[in-house]
Design a protein around this ligand. Structure first.
Ligand code: NAD
Length: 525
């Protein structure tokens, strides 16, 4: 492995322009290639060994339920034993990996980025079929995965440089350096199945830790494809152990093990809080307080003031509410609008929503596909019903059909009041609640009045109002006169306040510090 080379400055991976016929052809070919690979069996991987288990489960295409994407060895069948083996393998691998120079560790990430970049559409196509991403959404996920690898690789090299300390008045040589923590449990969600999964795993790895990765059972195939990339770049065995199973069984074992040093989690508020609590208990044989990095849900709002550019606001709202079926933690699920421009804005938002095409994501012109699974479908239909029961009016959408896939029409519910259920709880589907505010101050007050604090946006042409939002809109990622989704690695470090998580700021300059500890060394001279 090469350790020293001149690195270019980090730049975001460009998105693919699918209006170009040649790019459309490439994507179609990738979908065909992946379709031919559907239904294969995948093992768990512990210490580099591929282990087939008797019990299996299937990952299916949510937009076409008859299609089996991958068949997985189900670690739930022997969770305690398999997790123990995986953690033991990671513990042994840590003794070597922790001393591998930072630059050398980073090279594995750069190589992985190179491979994914070369076969970009192949990975995007897996996301089209496994989680229902449209072409553009899948392409964005793949680009973000490349960005995380390139960014964290560079960040590690930066943290490995000599760190500034105050000169000692004593005859001493002093230095301060960052060392890894140990074995980490990596527990990602399904909704950015390549970017977030790879980012969470490789940020831990590049900082010198070893890991057990449990991907979401809704997106295991794309995670396995990433494991193949790690094999191809020659990452030594035992550094990323791959155990597929449920959160309740495999995830719990990973969190509770006394040998787990830290937990990197992204997912729902309920699971995040549970993990936080479990991780705080010290168990027999445990020598440390576990560190938890937890990025959780949101109830993100776009505030539209009476002086906003209404066309801009309408297109921002529709993109943020319905992109990837509203299944982004950053998705706009509340539109809070000054009553003076309410009717004009809603008319425009409804018109734009009417133009969205609900369909299969493997077709190039689809804008909204199915939600991830039956549970998500049921949850969304129940929330739509609750919205109506609590006095809301469905002005567009509302219908759902789970015959072929889990399809929920993009839905807008007006007449929602602050503190209504659908104004407070994360729905994670294409369902937008519209709340009228008396004025701008009232709108900000409503926006802040949930347990969450992830993303938010304000549309206004007044500098004073935008400044007020800078001070008072309490979210980790605030957007002014633009939509609240689409954070870019390095550009918009990402993470939320309050019950949205520990504000880890993925893709930011402090992110890697969470997987390291500082060691101060003084030598008398
Ligand atoms: P989830 O909480 O259901 O699951 C997340 C992961 O936790 C999965 O791998 C799951 O198997 C595992 N898990 C479940 N129960 C567990 C347990 N008891 N112990 C250990 N692990 C357990 O979330 P999801 O449905 O996969 O993802 C959607 C959620 O993620 C939404 O709430 C969304 O807002 C959030 N999210 C947040 C961010 C962010 O950066 N803040 C990014 C993406 C998604």
């Amino acid at each position: 492995m090469q350790t020293e080379r001149k690195l270019d400055e980090f730049k975001n991976e460009p998105f693919t322009d699918f209006s170009l016929v040649e790019n459309q052809e490439l994507m179609k070919a990738a979908i065909e290639e992946v379709t031919a690979e559907l239904g294969r069996e995948y093992p768990v991987i512990i210490d580099g060994e591929k282990i087939e288990l008797e019990q299996k489960f299937e990952s299916i295409n949510p937009s076409d339920k008859s299609q089996v994407v991958g068949i997985f060895s189900d670690a739930d069948s022997d969770a305690e034993n398999l997790v123990t083996r995986a953690i033991d393998a990671a513990t042994i691998a840590f003794e070597t990996w922790r001393n591998v120079p930072a630059g050398e560790r980073a090279e594995y990430l750069f190589k992985a980025a190179e491979i994914i970049r070369e076969r970009k559409h192949y990975y995007s196509a897996w996301m089209v079929l496994e989680v229902g991403k449209t072409w553009a959404e899948a392409d964005g996920d793949t680009a973000e995965a490349i960005d995380f690898l390139e960014f964290y690789g560079r960040e590690m090299i930066r943290w490995a440089e000599e760190q500034p300390i105050t000169p000692s008045p004593l005859p001493e040589k002093n230095n301060f350096e960052y060392i890894p923590l140990g074995v980490g449990a990596i527990i990602p969600p399904w909704n950015f199945p390549l970017a977030i999964m790879a980012g969470m795993t490789m940020s831990a790895v590049v900082t010198g830790n070893t890991t057990v990765l449990k991907p979401s059972p809704d997106a295991p195939t794309i995670a396995y494809k990433f494991m193949e990339v790690l094999e191809e770049v020659g990452l030594p065995k035992g550094i990323v152990n791959f155990v597929v199973g449920s959160g309740i069984k495999v995830g719990e074992e990973m969190v509770k093990s006394p040998k787990t040093r830290f937990i990197s989690f992204t997912g729902s508020k309920a699971v995040g809080l549970h993990i936080y609590e479990e991780a705080a208990k010290t168990r027999e044989g445990q020598k440390w307080m576990k560190r938890v990095v937890a990025e959780m849900g949101g109830k993100d709002a776009i505030v539209v003031a009476d002086d906003a550019d209404i066309d801009e606001a309408a297109s921002g709202v529709v993109a943020a509410a319905f992109g990837f079926q509203g299944q982004k933690c950053s998705a706009c699920s509340r539109l809070i609008v000054d009553e003076k421009v309410h009717d004009e804005l809603i008319q425009k938002v409804v018109d734009l929503t009417r133009r969205l095409k609900l369909g299969k994501p493997n077709e190039s012109d689809t804008s909204v596909a199915a939600v991830i699974n039956q549970n998500s479908f049921d949850k969304a239909t129940n929330y739509i019903k609750t919205g109506k029961d609590e006095g809301g009016e469905v002005v567009i959408g509302g219908a759902a059909d789970d015959a072929e896939g889990y399809y929920i029409q993009p839905t807008i519910i007006t007449g929602v009041n602050p503190h209504d259920t659908i104004e407070q709880e994360e729905i994670f589907a294409p369902v937008l609640a519209v709340i009228k505010a008396k004025d701008y101050d009232h709108a900000l007050e409503i926006a802040n009045d949930t347990d969450y604090g992830l993303t938010g946006a304000v549309y206004s042409q007044s500098e004073e109002r935008l400044n007020q939002a800078r001070l008072d809109f309490h979210v980790g990622n605030l957007y002014l006169n633009r939509k609240c989704t689409g954070a870019l690695v390095g550009v918009h470090p990402f993470g939320g306040f309050n019950m949205s998580g520990t504000d880890s700021k993925a893709g930011g300059r402090e992110y890697l510090l969470q997987f390291m500890q500082g060691k101060s060394i003084a030598e008398k001279v």
